[in-house]
Design a binder for this molecule. Structure first.
Ligand code: BGC
Length: 380
């Protein structure tokens, strides 16, 4: 054979092999179907649904899923619900039509998602709640999660460790009431902060509901709902910013000076921090966060956000995929505990979290290969 002909036949073989692999849908992802659009039309084994592309947290999860999917022989598809329960239900239907056997889902709204996963259960699909619990339904088989009470507790402890003197004005903010995690984060934070509110270390600046409960160590779901109703950000940085502005406009000089701010996650923390930074009467603010979003790591390096709670998404993705594969192979996944979702005890696998501030950014996020040093400026 001439060299040209050899090259040509090699190309033909290569094309044929590529076609066969594509037809079998072998390995990896069949399409990220960015905003709920479908991927390929072939069979999908594991469907993954994430709440929104508008928050770096979930884009990070998508990226980490894609990294992990290279290692599985099962076909998968990732869809986003864009903050809409209707879109989420549509996504579940798209994936059911593609024959999924396992659904990994972080719901937009934990209670509203019940209907979607109930239709998956009817098709004998195993449902794994991812990071956020789906509530008030028995149609959830497993839950992979971080220790969300510990997230709130770590935020609260940081505020305590960095408070000086007494009567420190404390501004409280929370996540969306439609997200069970928002309750867990606040509950975890309250359990640590409450004694320090009761003993006068902190004075609550922005919530009459929380103020009325300052002697109550453990809050009921109803009590939590009342406080969240006042201080929710709905996980929306704009709402967080508006609330912070209203709060700072509404208080006197005695609620300014050196203050402490419980912000529920990084997106809202940056928005709130910007408001506090631009108030001439706020001399210093200590503010929490969570997710270790890149923009917040830069804020921490720049001294604009005090801390974040690092939840290593690589571990959560691995747990979810290991669980899915175990189920596909006909075995029972390992779990470490359970969560009451209002209807049943859902078997859960839980992962620990890490407090990160400027003192350990390098060790926890760069040395661990989560991020690269050159993604930031001014890293010491
Ligand atoms: C997640 C957080 C995230 C928040 C807003 C929560 O359920 O656990 O990591 O910041 O939702 O999307």
């Amino acid at each position: 054979m001439t060299t040209t002909w050899k090259k040509f036949s090699f190309l033909l073989v290569l094309m044929a092999v590529t076609l066969v692999i594509a037809a079998c849908g072998g390995g990896g992802e069949t399409g990220s179907g960015s905003e709920g659009g479908g991927g390929g039309n072939g069979q999908v084994d594991v469907g993954i649904i994430l709440p929104t592309k508008d928050e770096p947290r979930w884009v990070q999860d998508e990226a980490r899923f894609k990294e992990a999917l290279g290692e599985t022989d099962y076909s998968t598809e990732i869809l986003f619900s864009q903050g809409s329960s209707a879109k989420e239900k549509e996504n579940v239907d798209i994936l059911l039509n593609k024959g999924i056997k396992v659904l990994v889902i972080a719901p937009h709204d934990g209670a509203a998602a019940a209907a979607a996963v109930e239709s998956a259960k009817k098709d004998d699909v195993t449902v794994i709640a991812y990071d956020r619990l789906i509530t008030d339904t028995d149609a959830v088989d497993y839950y992979v999660t971080f220790d969300s009470l510990a997230v709130g507790a770590a935020q609260a402890q940081y505020l305590i460790d960095n408070a000086e003197g007494s009567g420190v004005p404390l501004y409280l903010y929370a996540g969306a009431s439609s997200d069970n995690n928002a309750f867990l984060f606040f509950q975890g934070a309250w359990s640590v902060l409450q004694p320090k509110i009761a003993d006068g270390t902190f004075t609550i600046a922005n919530s009459s509901e929380a103020e009325a409960l300052k002697d109550t160590a453990e809050l009921s779901r109803d009590q939590l709902s009342k406080v969240l109703g006042q201080v929710t950000t709905n996980w929306d940085p704009n709402e967080a910013k508006n609330k912070a502005q209203t709060h700072l406009t509404g208080v006197g000089a005695d609620m300014k000076g050196d203050v402490a701010v419980l912000a529920p996650n990084d997106g809202t923390a940056r928005a709130i921090a910007d408001v506090f930074a631009s108030d001439g009467e706020v001399t210093n603010y200590v503010i929490t966060g969570q997710d270790a979003e890149k923009a917040s790591i830069q804020y921490i390096i720049d001294g604009k956000q005090s801390m974040t709670v690092f939840k290593d998404v690589r571990t959560l993705v691995k747990d979810a995929m290991d669980m899915a594969v175990t189920v596909l192979e006909g075995n029972e996944p390992e779990t470490t505990g359970s969560y009451d979702n209002g209807a049943v005890e859902v078997k859960a696998k839980q992962t620990d979290v890490i407090t990160v501030d400027e003192s350990n950014v390098q060790k926890e996020l760069i040395d661990s290969d989560y991020y690269k040093a050159d993604e930031f400026t001014g890293l010491k």
